[in-house]
Design a binder for this molecule. Structure first.
Ligand code: FEO
Length: 398
């Protein structure tokens, strides 16, 4: 995307990355991503809010050249992660008089991560706005969405809030604006996927920072990934829903099967749950998109891991999925395990230990010897009944 004027003397100078398919060597990017960078020109000073990923350095520099920016006073990183900060050294080389304006935690991290020298920084906090001349930048500390140093920059006169990762989406597009995300389920899904992968472990902080956004009541929300929101209600209401304590009448069944026993167990169990009025999200862990799995963790009341027994424990794919649940800390309320074994094992203890950091109620697992028989199907029906009873207890069974 070329440069885009957002308002008088405010420009989008970032980069769209349509081709990137993985982030952090972990997160799939079905819609690519963008690294949004914003230039704000006051009557006296010029500031750049966030830079871009180092792979898109030339795009940012060409955009600044195209706007004839000969002097840059401030570079403002809202976050130290390199997809936004990684080009600060390049920009400092291009504009040696420029100073990096950020909070003290972010400063320390940038000194460590990018080896930027101390004298290049100006440290700010919530009580230290800076004036560009007719444009005032305020800094709102927003820790732990998703690193400890994260902050928002608020452009007072234009009522624009720059939130960096918060409220963002990995979504590359030729269009910078979104009027109402519900008009595009792709944008809604990209934002939800992003929330699940990046923000969900920090749900309590998400809620606190949503309140800050509400108090400021900005007319535009400009994150550093994805579109700019003209209708902030869309993204704020979605975040309120995702970060609330409410769960939905959904069960995630995430399984792996080696020789068909666990698959037969899973298929029967899914059918039983469905018959009893529960919505099931089924994932074969052999070829799972962890983003899709994470998204379902935003809402589901229950997760059931399905695994065969391998070397006296759960299959490594089941361990990986369970570890993902552990670190993403969803609001899921109940967990159970189904699967098969040949001669013994510690699958249940092993997976239970992995989830011990979460306040999940364990619904008694069903681990079956060999291929399931009639009596085993009864056990699976009983387990489905127990799930139904739990969903009913918390009032989500429709
Ligand atoms: Fe987009 Fe946490 O970096």
């Amino acid at each position: 995307m070329a440069i885009e004027k957002i308002k008088e003397n405010i420009y989008y100078v970032g980069a769209q990355d349509f081709e990137r398919r993985i982030f952090d060597e972990l997160i799939p990017l079905p819609d690519g991503t963008s690294y949004n960078s914003y230039l704000v020109k006051g009557s006296e000073k010029i500031a750049l809010i966030d830079t871009v990923d180092p792979t898109k350095r030339d795009v940012l520099i060409n955009n600044l050249k195209e706007l004839n920016i000969e002097r840059l006073d401030y570079i403002i990183p809202n976050h130290a992660e390199q997809d936004h900060s990684g080009c600060i050294p390049d920009i400092l080389e291009l504009y040696p008089e420029s100073r990096v304006v950020t909070n003290s935690k972010c400063k320390t991290m940038l000194m460590d991560l990018l080896l930027i020298p101390d004298e290049k920084f100006i440290t700010v906090d919530e009580k230290k706005p800076i004036s560009l001349g007719g444009k005032t930048l305020e800094f709102i500390m927003a820790p732990w969405v998703h690193w400890p140093e994260t902050m928002f920059t608020y452009l007072r006169e234009d009522n624009i809030l720059f939130t960096c990762d918060f409220l963002g989406a990995h979504y590359a597009s030729d269009t910078l604006w979104v009027e109402n995300g519900k008009e595009s389920s792709r944008i809604y899904n990209a934002a939800k996927r992003y929330y699940a992968e990046i923000m969900m472990p920090f749900r309590t902080n998400v809620k606190k920072n949503l309140e800050k956004v509400g108090e400021l009541n900005p007319s535009l929300i400009a994150a550093s990934h994805g579109p700019i929101y003209r209708n902030k209600r869309f993204i704020v209401e979605a975040y309120k829903d995702w970060s609330s304590d409410e769960v939905k009448n959904e069960v995630i069944v995430a399984y792996v099967s080696m020789h068909g026993s666990t698959k037969r167990i899973v298929d029967y169990f899914v059918e039983s749950l469905t018959r009893k009025g529960i919505s099931v999200k089924l994932f074969n862990l052999t070829n799972v998109d962890v983003g899709e799995l994470s998204m379902t963790l935003v809402d589901a009341a229950t997760i059931v891991i399905g695994t065969p027994t391998v070397l006296a424990g759960a299959h490594p794919s089941a361990l990986y999925a369970t570890y993902l649940v552990r670190v993403l800390k969803p609001k899921t309320r109940f967990v159970s395990i189904i699967g098969s074994y040949g001669w013994g094992g510690r699958t249940v203890e092993q997976l239970g230990d992995l989830l011990s950091n979460l306040k999940l109620e364990v619904i008694e697992p069903v681990i079956i010897k060999g291929y399931p028989r009639e009596k085993d199907f009864e056990l699976l029906d009983d387990l489905a009944d127990r799930v139904v009873a739990k969903h009913s207890e918390i009032g989500i069974l429709i």
